[in-house]
Design a protein around this ligand. Structure first.
Ligand code: FES
Length: 150
């Protein structure tokens, strides 16, 4: 990952405000931002390791471990919660066999929270491998489970 960081810095600069774009680029490249990469990131941007670690752990979107082959993100924001999001989350965890915020042991699927997809009127909502899915109910959840089993 050192080479990736060096190439990215050469294109985009090494100012402190480059931290978030670099982390996003690394996650896009590798699927996650590994803790082992923190010292290299800190050195490249002249930040402390604590600064980098703090940003990675503050933002829910950054993964610190490789994701599952499929990623199901369930909306936990207010409107989806008011439309039964908590019950859908519990059902999804049971049906997919993975707790919220975790990747299933076989690496097939990860279940992650997301906070508002801008589809509030037609919730509860999810992103399945980046594709928005609205009005999730038991039938829709079953379709999602079959989709991510493939
Ligand atoms: S609250 Fe879930 S999409 Fe806005």
């Amino acid at each position: 990952m050192e080479e990736f960081i060096a190439a990215w810095i050469a294109r985009h600069g090494a100012t402190r405000d480059r931290l978030l774009p670099l982390l996003h680029a690394m996650q896009e490249e590798a699927g996650h931002v590994d803790d082992a990469w923190v010292p290299g990131i800190a050195r490249a941007l002249n930040l402390s390791r604590a600064d980098v670690h703090g940003v990675i752990t503050f933002y829910h979107d950054f993964r610190r471990a490789p994701p599952g082959r499929h990623v199901v993100k369930l909306c936990r924001a207010e409107s989806c919660q008011a439309r039964g999001g908590a019950a859908i989350e519990a059902s999804a965890a049971r049906r997919l066999g993975v707790a919220m915020g975790e990747t299933r042991g076989d690496g097939q699927v990860a279940l992650e929270p997301v906070y508002c997809l801008g589809l509030c009127a037609i919730g509860p909502n999810a992103l399945v491998d980046g594709r928005p899915v609205a009005r999730i109910d038991a039938d829709m959840l079953e379709r999602i489970a079959l989709e991510v089993a493939a």
